[in-house]
Design a protein around this ligand. Structure first.
Ligand code: SF4
Ligand code: SF4
Length: 306
């Protein structure tokens, strides 16, 4: 059952999931963005992340039950669920991959070989070389639903960045059967032409008795204040203009997104921001200046909501 209102409200959703953040990061960022007026925290599908988010809100002196929490799953091939793995048969121990990783996810392992900390890897492929393999790191949806029973969970989202319809519908149906909250789908536009995209959205939303949020993804994990990145998300959202569904804009989103959405007359219900939102408060948080971090975050949140 949905407890989101799509009539007047515009939501600010902060992405902290799918390996993008450590538990400490989640706690700090939820502390800052809860004070800044964010509404929804998008987390990895595990209880530890939810508890860290709620602790961050509590430490900000706010009630964790006043905020919404979303968890996301990915279908096979989704870049968000890809994880790097060192191929020790090919590794020459040059350690170049260590400095390339933005997440500090590659550390020294046994016998001088590097190893990847799976929970920190976001599958960005900046370390990509023949000595590094990538594999899908899938989370069991039914087990996660059992773990979250009785917890505050408001949205469950499926990320789609493959053409594997069998896998897409199997996971979508499992989500619909096992979670009693708002559902959302986020499709990688680069995989689908417009007609196929609309057909897929229609087929999936038909199976859900409640309105499904459609999250129009641009360039995920870009983290930049860049017009082209956010333009892709706007162009994607425009495709759904006549479908009369709740729309969130994501991927390459930043402080330009609102202005562009208004310019192209995209009526949206929320903007989802990850890399950019985290990047702009990073220095202030690192220096321990939470007041400044909240001020910076508030400018972004206000830009989306007001
Ligand atoms: S995995 Fe490749 S890049 Fe990393 S240390 Fe080994 S040889 Fe170097
Ligand atoms: S894909 Fe490679 S560079 Fe990217 S986070 Fe994972 S280990 Fe680091």
């Amino acid at each position: 059952m949905s407890n989101l209102s799509f009539d007047t409200e515009k939501y600010f959703k902060l992405v902290l999931g799918l390996g993008n953040c450590s538990l400490d990061n989640i706690e700090q960022l939820c502390n800052v963005y809860a004070q800044a007026g964010a509404d929804i925290f998008d987390l990895s599908p595990n209880i530890k992340s939810l508890k860290a988010a709620q602790l961050g809100v509590k430490k900000a002196g706010l009630n964790p039950y006043d905020f919404k929490y979303c968890v996301s799953f990915g279908v096979k091939g989704d870049s968000h669920i890809k994880k790097a793995q060192i191929n020790t048969k090919k590794c020459k121990r040059c350690y170049k991959c260590v400095s390339k990783c933005p997440q500090n996810a590659i550390v020294m392992g046994e016998n001088g070989y590097p190893k990847v900390l799976t929970e920190k890897c976001i599958g960005c492929r900046r370390c990509e070389k023949s000595c590094i393999d990538f594999h899908d790191y899938e989370v069991n949806i039914k087990d996660t639903a059992k773990d979250f029973k009785g917890e505050k969970l408001d949205i469950v989202e499926l990320h789609i960045s493959s053409l594997n319809k069998k896998d897409i519908f199997k996971k979508w149906e499992t989500i619909l059967d096992n979670f009693d909250c708002q559902k959302s789908i986020c499709i990688d536009r680069s995989k689908y032409g417009t007609e196929k995209l609309i057909k897929l959205v229609r087929e999936m939303t038909k199976l859900n008795s409640e309105p499904t949020i459609i999250q129009a993804d641009g360039v995920p994990m870009s983290g930049m204040e860049s017009l082209p990145c956010t333009l892709q998300a706007i162009a994607h959202a425009q495709i759904y203009k006549d479908l009369n569904m709740p729309i969130f804009i994501s991927g390459g989103t930043n402080s330009f997104t609102r202005e562009l959405a208004d310019k192209f007359e995209i009526s949206y219900n929320g903007i989802t921001i990850g890399s950019y939102a985290r990047a702009i408060v990073k220095d202030a948080i690192t220096c321990g200046d939470i007041k400044l971090a909240v001020e910076i975050a508030k400018r972004l949140v206000d830009n989306v909501k007001n």
